[in-house]
Design a protein around this ligand. Sequence first.
Ligand code: HEC
Ligand code: HEC
Length: 306
Amino acid sequence: MKKIFILQLSIFWLLNAEVITPIQQINEFDKTKVSLGKELFFDKIFSKDNSTSCASCHSDFGADKQTLSIGVEGKEGNIQSLSVFNAVNNYKQFWNGRAATLEEQIDGPVHNSAEMGVSEEGIEKKLNSSKNYIDKFHKAYGKKPSYKLFKDAIVEFEKTLVTPNSKFDQYLKDETFLIPIEQKGFALFKNYGCAVCHNGVNIGGNSMQLIGNVIEYPYVEGQPDLYNITKDEDDKNVFRVPSLRNISKTAPYFHDGSMLTLETAVIRMAYHNLGMVLDSAEAKAIVAFLKTLDGDIPTTWSEDVK
Ligand code: HEC
Ligand code: HEC
């Protein structure tokens, strides 16, 4: 009851404000660190059996097409991958926000026995037995490789992974216009209340919310939701709202990867979180609007960092 009241209040506020802000292109960065971070991100040696790199689960527009990612020794994870693109603009990392920073986030996959499965010392040993890395850490940091610097270089790379120039950002800057179906989708997105939770520079990524705000969503024992950290019953099925940038490129959807198309994800969201049954024209319009959020692939990702 309280939640619905807050939702209505927020909708009233939203109708009177611009809810999405454009992403700024990153032009200035330390090329030596970013290029080193990129090499580390794509290198499989930093896993227990040399089979898995960060990129193994983050190569499809920064995310993973698989419902559940596969890590070392062929082990399957327990939640859908999130994209590393624009992650720098999220207020916390992971579906349940358990890492406060990108740097802290890296401890997760590195030590997870179903992801990379290596210790801090394991990483340092691998780094310090490679002449290539010893040279490159000296160039970038003037020091020998360490786990701390390993994380720092990866974070420097991740900070450049933003996707500017989406059609919607251009529209916000008055550089282009939306066609009628996209206009309609954006209007519905605001008027129906999607933007209460999906707003800001990442159209999400800035609050923890319930999936099943109005109509309950299936809860799976042990899933990594907020309850998994706090053990507070009210936090069951509470997740950090995902970013909707490039969302048309990162199927499947939801923490459990259960929605295979964007249209079904939109319909289910409206149902569970707003108690609304969208008709097909409305769902298609919202999808058309969401596609205007597709931005450019980061240049540091697609090209050599020079
Ligand atoms: C075995 C697959 C796998 C590997 C390897 C992996 N990740 Fe991930 N990554 C995931 C999954 C799954 C999630 C979502 C997990 C969660 O939220 O509980 C995720 C989440 C993230 C996030 C959070 C994004 C957000 O929106 O909160 C970042 C950043 C990230 N990974 C970066 C990395 C980096 C850097 C590495 C390498 C050091 C790495 N990942 C290795 C699967 C993987
Ligand atoms: C009460 C807050 C709230 C509202 C309102 C809301 N969402 Fe969401 N949205 C979330 C949360 C939380 C998730 C993550 C759900 C999960 O656990 O998988 C999410 C996930 C999504 C996803 C899947 C993202 C991904 O990476 O898997 C899409 C697409 C989406 N929402 C679109 C919408 C649309 C369109 C509307 C309006 C019809 C809407 N949302 C309304 C909170 C909200």
